[in-house]
Ligand binder design. Structure first.
Ligand code: AMP
Ligand code: GLY
Length: 423
């Protein structure tokens, strides 16, 4: 089989590495890819939003399966474009990717189908939003409705902050049209857990759990980022939590989408908050998490191509999804200054030490080839993943492995997985 992967980050590298393990696959392409993906796939210089060019490429090269890693093309309807041409593609159609593409939609869906989530109201007008905020309880949470690179969420401690937040999102349009509508919701407290799942329209199969670290600095300080590290499984995702979510959240979401005429095929990422009242949905994503994929996929035992095909064909009920009984930790190596301003173009040294190092992975996020050398090319540069018999061992292995890699401006958090010690 020939497989095309759409995207260019650490998540797509993790997907490509999983696809490369499938005995069914002869050749992998990635558009646009990066230097690390280029070691296992042929990178194609087409952007993830260039649907016409991607479709033409898939036809010309007789691609058997296209896998879309990123949210933007999914929300923009890339799957519909591929299907129109009779091409096999893994991911939700536009009418289902709205589960991630519109927070107002997902909140209304949860309310209608009694799926536990924070109480909220949606607003199209800044005046009405401000009026609501006059009598709200604080802290409160403001969310841009549309995609905003995970940065469109404002936690406001006071009325003043919330009023400023409305101005930022709806009037200054900090995230463009994503802020035309906003969700204002109750502030919740508790542990956060990410749960990824495969969905074929009817059946849902849950993957192992994970936890992300969104802030730039140790102790969850600093600005929100795309994710500075992850661990899997989460020790807080207990059997009791799993049972609750299976009863009230997972299948309920898949059935709700089907009832709305928006059959969901692909990945549903459940961002959960474990509150005192039980687990509640913080958000849905319609794709693998980044860097959750970098700790979940290395632990998956199945042939991922078989699972993707079962989702497309509606036969996921026949797949026995299995994960290794171990743990994995991913530490992101970033460019100092991320997520604000940083320099790039520095040579990355030490990568060769990971070749064939069992249980260790370097997933490239922002890298490129320059004069035959691999150089830094983004805020998040690499994700170093290591497995271990348990979380503590995996964490020690991952941090030990970060020492093998060097580049100017190398920055990482030193407390990825600290929560493990509190479990
Ligand atoms: P989201 O993109 O919706 O997952 O939000 C990003 C982050 O903001 C989450 O991972 C939480 O840390 C935080 N957050 C979002 N919604 C809430 C909420 N209702 N209460 C508390 N924290 C929240
Ligand atoms: N790690 C969070 C996300 O992928 O949205």
């Amino acid at each position: 089989m020939k497989v095309l992967i759409v995207g260019s980050g650490g998540r797509e590298h993790a997907i490509a590495a999983a696809v490369a393990k499938s005995p069914k696959v002869d050749k992998i392409y990635c558009a646009p890819g990066n230097a690390g993906i280029g070691q296992i796939a042929e990178c194609v210089n087409i952007g993830a939003m260039e649907f016409d060019k991607l479709v033409a490429f898939a036809k010309e090269n007789a691609i058997d399966l296209t896998v879309v890693g990123m949210d933007d093309p999914l929300v923009g309807g890339i799957v519909d474009e591929f299907e129109k041409e009779g091409l096999r593609v893994f991911g939700p159609r536009k009418n289902a990717a709205i589960l991630e593409g519109s927070k107002a939609f997902s909140k209304d869906l949860m309310k209608k189908y009694n799926i536990p989530t924070a109480t909220y109201e949606n607003f199209n007008s800044p005046e009405e939003a401000k009026e609501y905020l006059e009598t709200s309880k604080y802290p409160i949470v403001l969310k841009a409705d549309g995609l905003a690179l995970g940065k469109g969420v404002l936690i406001c401690n006071t009325k003043e902050e919330a009023m400023d937040g409305v101005n930022e999102l709806m009037l200054d349009k900090k995230f463009g049209d994503a802020g035309n509508t906003i969700v204002i919701e109750e502030f919740m407290t508790g542990r956060e857990v990410s749960v990824l799942s495969y969905v074929d329209g009817k059946t849902i199969k849950i993957m192992t759990s994970a936890q992300d670290h969104k802030r730039a600095k140790d102790g969850d300080q600093g600005l929100n980022t795309g994710g500075m590290g992850t661990f899997s499984p989460s020790p807080f995702y207990t059997e009791e939590v799993d049972e609750f979510c299976k009863k009230y959240i997972y299948q309920a979401t898949v059935d709700a989408m089907a009832s709305e005429g928006r059959e969901f095929k692909g990945i549903i990422f459940f961002g959960l908050m474990l509150t005192e009242e039980g687990p509640k949905v913080l958000e849905y994503n319609a794709r693998f998490g980044d860097p959750e994929a970098q700790v979940v996929l290395p632990r998956m035992k199945n042939d991922i191509v078989e699972v993707f095909e079962a989702c497309i064909d509606g036969t996921l009920d026949q797949i026995d999804l299995q994960f290794e009984d171990n743990a994995a930790v991913c530490v992101v190596l970033a460019s100092d200054g991320y997520p604000v301003a940083y320099e790039k173009g520095f040579e990355i040294k030490g990568l060769e030490q990971f070749e064939d190092k069992e249980g260790y992975y370097v997933f490239h996020a922002g890298t490129k080839l320059s004069d035959g050398k691999i150089v830094t090319n983004g805020g998040r540069v690499l994700g170093v993943t290591a497995k271990g018999a348990d979380l503590k061992e995996a964490r020690a292995n991952a941090y030990e492995a970060t020492k093998l890699i060097d580049f100017e401006n190398k920055y990482m958090r030193n407390d990825i997985g600290k929560a493990i010690d509190e479990a």
